[in-house]
Write a protein that binds this ligand. Structure first.
Ligand code: MTE
Length: 722
């Protein structure tokens, strides 16, 4: 007679996996690691294996863990099954007796050459085992070799000894053919039919929701993924103020937000490991009390900022489809990493000493060569990255161990209680919830250093050479249009920074007035300078809206007023020297006014170099455009009548004369990183007939860009770059 697992046992299995609190999380993108060949697995001794044809051996009873560790509030469980699981508690770990009269097991027609494992066997290969296993569907995988290669590091151990599926249901990025292929390489056998339900799968498991303690977020943020949270501010909030308010700062998480009790934040420890293996520990209190405190005003920008632009203009990219808002600017407060490293005892060779360019460390006592070394940074939830030691030690590099943001303690989403801020570098290196620093002769081995946040040649296609490409550090120059106002909106003074009076009173062009603007100070007392408070006469002479007696619209429209705003930024501390604007797709150019947020006394600009963004604005007149009737609109927007639209373009140049590439096609890479081509927004007039609600007239369509006087451009539309 076959052995059967009674249903209560199956339900109770759900509780076994509950709360693996000390494992650090789950990763969610994958890289290939060389698996152990199957024959090696087959040759190893296994606790209990059967072939499909043989009777499965009994498995020794698993000792019962304390009940406390298994009970959780319903809110902590994903997927339900709690009641059944609690009912089944008494059966946990019991050696299951044969049951007389039980129905015979279903036929097992899976590959007979591979072993069968009982769920109890798998349980023994949990996170504490040197050979961790996981279950996926009805198969068993020995992930021992995958742990070190797993993009999320040993986070995968959270699933060890049980099914990985509940985690992949959360980190849905795993549900891809690519990840499945990787996992398949670690397969060692099947779950015994005795432990399979009628659906041919082991019973569903419940796990603690790792995101349950994430903080609440501002509803204005545009969410790309909820768990982990990835969100950007809407355009109308993005650069409304020079400093992005904390609650609107973009959020980029790879996992959940670690919990650090506010009351005990000062006890938070960051360890520093030196090249000789010496480890020093500092509490947050030590940092605050023993080192000079500095402020640095710096942008953080994800390398995926504007990725959706690259996708729309150049082809499919993998990753979150960020708009122009994976960038924000804040005033950070903390201590210099260089001060703390020196205090920890790091000895560095004089910068004047000759440095080999072959990558090998020069000899010379204990002192290390900053050019050949790296500072690895690790967060509480296992995220890791590194920066060159030379950047960390550069007295004008301003790398902070930050605990303050815009005059407040770091919010949880942005690294509370301690994060690295690496100004001028890709934000992926500004590790949040910082707990460990290692000075090493190699870069961080994390996925995010080695298999992400790199860029490639457009020829490399979907399988780029990750090892050849350097990790992104300093960011290239970029810019974006964040607001557009056309026609009546401008005439009616709806542009926040123009104001009715200034719009009506001044001359007709803004392009030559770069030096005239002045920061308006902290009108709201928050230290944040509001764009609307910047008093400067942007020139624009209003004209009457064109119309004809017989039709609400003329056949074409000329010199319509347009106002635009946006940001420009370059990495490495390089200041923006110029922002060029085109209203006709790049045929002719003008220059935008650069807002001088840092010029006024008491401005919130700190730091040795230009780490902040530069806001810009522009007022001009559109070229003559035909005005299609409303019924023609579809054709026009879809390119049927392209003459009815014009493309607004912005590009920035930094002080080293680096400028943005014209096209995303020339910088295409499958990860969609560093999407810095000219930013384009198409605007199209159309004739809207009068109805009961409104007068008829010319209205404008554009993309998602903030402003007024237009509806949304067709989502499916692709504006091809020239
Ligand atoms: N640090 C930790 N510990 N975990 C993370 O997921 N994400 C990185 C970086 N530091 C990350 C991290 C990435 S990719 C970015 S773009 C920035 O944090 C985002 O910082 P923010 O969420 O404060 O905007």
């Amino acid at each position: 007679m076959a052995t059967r697992t009674p249903r209560p046992f199956a339900a109770a299995a759900a509780l076994r996996q509950f709360v693996r609190r000390d494992a650090s999380g789950v990763g969610f993108s994958c890289r290939l690691a060389r698996p152990r060949p199957r024959h090696l697995h087959a040759g190893r001794s296994r606790p209990s294996t059967t072939s499909a044809a043989t009777h499965p051996p009994k498995v020794p009873a698993t000792p019962r863990p304390p009940f406390q560790s298994r009970v959780a509030p319903v809110s902590l469980l994903i997927g339900g099954g709690l009641f059944a699981s609690v009912l089944a508690y008494n059966h946990l770990g019991d050696d299951q007796p044969d049951i007389e009269g039980a129905p015979s097991l279903p036929k097992d027609d899976r590959d007979p050459s591979l072993p069968r494992y009982r769920i109890a066997d798998v349980r023994k290969h949990d996170a504490s085992s040197p050979e961790p296993w996981v279950i996926f569907e009805d198969k068993v995988y020995d992930i021992t070799d995958w742990v070190s290669a797993h993009p999320g590091g040993d986070v995968i151990l959270r699933a060890a000894g049980a099914s990985i599926e509940p985690y992949w249901n959360i980190f849905t990025i795993h549900k891809s053919k690519h990840v499945r292929e990787i996992l398949d390489q670690y397969m060692i056998g099947f779950i015994d039919v005795a432990d399979l339900g009628p659906d041919g799968r082991p019973p569903a498991e419940s796990i603690e929701d790792p995101f349950v303690h994430d903080p609440p977020r501002d509803p204005r943020l545009i969410t790309h993924t909820a768990r982990p949270r990835n969100a950007e501010p809407p355009n109308e909030e993005l650069d409304r103020s020079f400093l992005t308010p904390n609650e609107l700062f973009y959020i980029r998480h790879h996992m959940w937000v670690p919990v650090v009790e506010e009351a005990r934040a000062d006890e938070h420890v960051v360890s520093i490991e030196l090249p000789d293996g010496d480890v020093k520990r500092y509490t947050l209190r030590d940092l605050k009390e023993r080192f000079p405190i500095h402020k640095v005003t710096a942008v953080l920008q994800c390398s995926g900022n504007r990725r959706n632009d690259m996708t729309r203009h150049a082809g499919k990219t993998n990753g979150l489809q960020w708009g122009v808002g994976a960038i924000s600017n804040a005033e950070w407060e903390g201590v210099r990493l260089s001060d703390v490293l020196a205090d920890a005892g790091l000895q560095v060779r004089e910068a004047t000493a000759p440095t080999r360019r072959d990558g090998s460390a020069p000899s010379g006592g204990d002192a290390v060569d900053a050019n050949a070394m790296h500072v690895q940074l690790t967060g509480l939830e296992a995220y890791g990255a590194s920066i060159p030691l030379a950047k960390a030690l550069d007295p004008r590099g301003d790398v902070l161990l930050a605990f303050g943001m815009n005059g407040k303690p770091l919010p949880r989403d942005h690294g509370f209680p301690l994060r690295a801020v690496v100004p001028g570098h890709v934000a992926a290196r500004s590790v949040k919830w910082l707990s460990k620093i290692v000075v090493s002769d190699e870069e961080s081995t994390s996925q995010w250093q080695r298999r992400d946040y790199k860029s490639f040649g457009p020829n490399e296609g979907p399988h780029p050479n990750w090892d050849r490409a350097p990790a992104i550090q300093e960011m290239p120059v970029t810019s974006a249009i964040t607001g557009v106002w056309v026609g009546e909106c401008v005439r009616k003074g709806r542009v926040p920074w123009m104001g009715g009076a200034s719009a009506a009173s001044s001359s007709s062009s803004s392009s030559s007035s770069n030096s005239n603007n002045r920061g308006g100070g902290n009108a709201n007392g928050s230290g944040i300078v509001d764009m609307a408070a910047v008093s400067h006469n942007v020139g624009f002479t209003p004209t009457a809206a064109p119309s004809t007696a017989s039709s609400p619209c003329p056949p074409s429209i000329s010199a319509e007023p347009i106002a635009m705003q946006g940001y420009a930024y370059s990495g490495g501390g390089r200041a923006i020297s110029r922002v060029d604007v085109s209203l006709d797709g790049g045929k002719t150019w003008d220059q935008a006014e650069l807002v001088d947020d840092c010029a006024s006394p008491g401005s919130p600009c700190y730091g040795s170099k230009t780490w902040a963004w530069r806001r810009w604005r522009y007022v001009g007149r559109l070229p003559t455009l035909p005005v299609p009737a409303a019924e023609d609109r579809r054709g026009a927007d879809k390119g049927g009548d392209r003459k009815a639209c014009t493309t607004l373009v912005v590009k920035a140049t930094d002080e080293a004369y680096n400028t943005q590439p014209e096209s995303h096609r020339g910088i295409y890479n499958v990860r969609g990183n560093l999407a810095t081509a000219w930013h384009r927004v198409r605007v199209c007039p159309r004739c809207t007939p009068a109805d009961e609600k409104r007068e008829g007239g010319v209205t404008w369509s554009t993309g998602e860009t903030y402003g007024c006087g237009f509806g949304k451009e067709d989502q499916g539309e692709t504006t091809r770059e020239k």
